[in-house]
Design a protein around this ligand. Structure first.
Ligand SMILES: CC(C)(COP(=O)(O)OP(=O)(O)OC[C@H]1O[C@@H](n2cnc3c(N)ncnc32)[C@H](O)[C@@H]1OP(=O)(O)O)[C@@H](O)C(=O)NCCC(=O)NCCS
Length: 240
């Protein structure tokens, strides 16, 4: 019998956002651009945290504030899948949870043997914390994890019963995934620009993708080569 399990969750070491335009615009203390000006870059701690049953409520709250869609209990259960631990994250800014990304892997091509696509289900940053590179950091971390899968963290029984080690099956690492897809509601120019800036391309429209919000159509934003988006070389056989 396979017992479902959750993980304790991990917290990343602080992210270095300076590669992505810096967390803050520099402050010129002299104010006039003259010699001797001093620049201050407040160094705010930014970390990524695994999704767990304990912070699932925080994820729900963030999504409900930012995204005009109510996601089901099943959605919030599925995103806790330990094999998605490295692609589904909350982001903390100065220890405050301000955003999150939720993804899953889907085989979208006809050939069953083709590698799956990383589908970005939700990406949300609280409005006061936007344009600080937090959205890019979350997305890039998930893209990196899709391309370089790691072994899922050790399991913790979640069914309340006493389990033996043998009854808990540790999932094997996933295959490398080099393609990503996001749905952006028609009219959401901010999100469309955000994905384009990172290297995603518009690849079509999903008609009536949303059933409860208007407009119902979604723009498909696709990244066909995560490795090159991340500045990594792609080998002739497609691996990086
Ligand atoms: C889309 C979204 C996730 C972007 O999050 P974000 O944290 O603002 O993203 P970033 O800061 O990485 O980049 C956003 C913009 O800020 C700019 N930026 C990043 N760091 C900056 C800095 N230090 N100074 C000035 N601008 C900066 C980026 O270049 C980008 O510019 P653009 O709007 O012209 O593309 C956010 O707007 C959001 O939550 N929107 C609502 C939900 C949504 O639409 N989600 C996407 C569909 S699932």
């Amino acid at each position: 019998m396979t017992v479902t399990y959750s993980t304790t969750g991990t917290v990343s070491s602080p992210l270095d956002l300076s590669q992505l335009r810096g967390e803050h615009t520099s402050i010129n203390l002299a104010g006039d651009g003259t010699k001797g000006k001093k620049e201050v870059k407040p160094n705010v701690k930014v970390t990524l945290t695994s999704l767990t049953v304990h912070n699932s409520g925080t994820l729900r709250k963030l999504n409900s504030v930012v995204i005009p869609i109510v996601y089901s209990d099943k959605f919030y259960k599925d995103v806790l899948d330990p094999t998605l631990d490295d692609v589904n994250k909350l982001i903390y800014y100065a220890d405050i949870p301000v955003g999150a990304i939720c993804c899953r892997f889907e085989n979208l091509s006809k050939g069953a043997k083709d590698p799956p696509t990383l589908v970005i289900l939700t990406l949300a940053i609280l409005a006061p914390y936007r344009s600080l590179s937090l959205g890019s950091s979350l997305l890039l971390a998930s893209l990196r994890a899709a391309l370089h899968p790691t072994t899922p963290p050790p399991p913790i029984p979640s069914d309340g019963k006493i389990n033996t080690r043998a009854s808990l099956t540790v999932a094997p690492p996933r295959v490398k995934v080099n393609r990503a897809l996001a749905h952006v509601q028609v009219g959401n120019e901010e999100a469309k620009r955000f994905y384009e800036k990172l290297g995603f391309k518009e690849s079509g429209i999903a008609k009536d993708y949303y059933s409860k919000i208007e407009p119902r159509d979604a723009i498909l934003m696709v990244c066909e080569d995560i490795a090159s988006l991340l500045g990594e070389k792609t080998e002739p056989n497609g691996s990086s």
